[in-house]
Design a protein around this ligand. Sequence first.
Ligand SMILES: NC(=O)c1ccc[n+]([C@@H]2O[C@H](COP(=O)([O-])OP(=O)(O)OC[C@H]3O[C@@H](n4cnc5c(N)ncnc54)[C@H](OP(=O)(O)O)[C@@H]3O)[C@@H](O)[C@H]2O)c1
Length: 324
Amino acid sequence: MQAVTFDSFGGPEVLRLAEVPTPEPGPDEVLIRVLASGVNRADLLQRQGHYPPPRGASAILGLEVSGVVDSVGDGVRGWQSGDECVALLSGGGYAEYVAVPAGQVVQPPRGTDLVTASGLIEVAATVTSNLSLVGLRAGETFLVHGGTGGIGTFAIQYASGLGARVFATAGTPRKLELCRDLGAADAFDYHGNWLAALREATDGRGADVILDVMGAAYLASNLDALALDGRLVVIGLQGGRSGTLDLAKLLAKRASVTATGLRGRPVEQKAAICAEVVQLVWPLIESGRIKPATETRYGAADAAEAHRHLASGEAVGKVILTWT
Ligand SMILES: NC(=O)c1ccc[n+]([C@@H]2O[C@H](COP(=O)([O-])OP(=O)(O)OC[C@H]3O[C@@H](n4cnc5c(N)ncnc54)[C@H](OP(=O)(O)O)[C@@H]3O)[C@@H](O)[C@H]2O)c1
């Protein structure tokens, strides 16, 4: 089969299409003929050598796909050759075929184009699992950084659907407007004083829950932005991994700081999260209450261009590779 591979870590130019062995489905695995592969920021880090795949995972990039079932391994029930599906992966998605534990394979939401569906499950699984973890409730105030990225476009809509009052940060006027279009009560330019703007918008109270993609760079400001009993959940380290946490402020606010990674979770946890996505998210997409993010599609042979686009800061929503 063809796969997007690289021989050495580096810039987008290291990516190339190559012939590699087609995987076989092991016990409890489904072999998917891939129609499209979601591109995630983690793929850029892995290509650069900063994000090794977990033990046992494919060295090929790619954390999510859509496609059709090719064949199934021993013990798999409920899937047949030709069934349309989407899958959450630990790796291996930038390829014509990928073998996936059956619990991480789900039917796509009804009414969604199958190529578009390739870009849904990684963000949906990340956002729902983290907002469940920190217990975001109707009536609470929610802030997401990077409101027009893959995570942000989904998080704004999902948190609004939960009944939260949603705020977001973004880097350009066009993106700020898009955050508001997606349902944010307001959006703040992260080049300016987003903390002051959030305080003003919340009468000084701050956010009950913050979903953060910036890590160290925003640790202190995020803590300042939390309301009493607030919860900060860090899922991205775009601003670095090590920061100083003011425990006195944390204590005074009775606040909590959590960080989670989806990729390294065991298969059973990923399967449970996928089941939650089908239960909680797919109905919202099927009813139109959550709209799949704007997407930019590239042929798999243009994976390097796709990575350049995501890295450029110009991307809005999802970037997708197609294999047709
Ligand atoms: N822990 C997990 O399980 C998990 C799972 C999925 C994703 N992630 C992480 O979540 C992050 C976002 O993923 P994604 O797929 O949404 O990536 P993406 O589509 O590339 O979006 C990145 C976002 O970061 C925003 N950003 C950049 N600099 C910023 C700043 N100084 N302040 C606030 N926002 C800033 C960008 O905003 P502008 O476009 O406005 O500049 C953009 O919205 C990545 O770091 C990814 O690795 C973690």
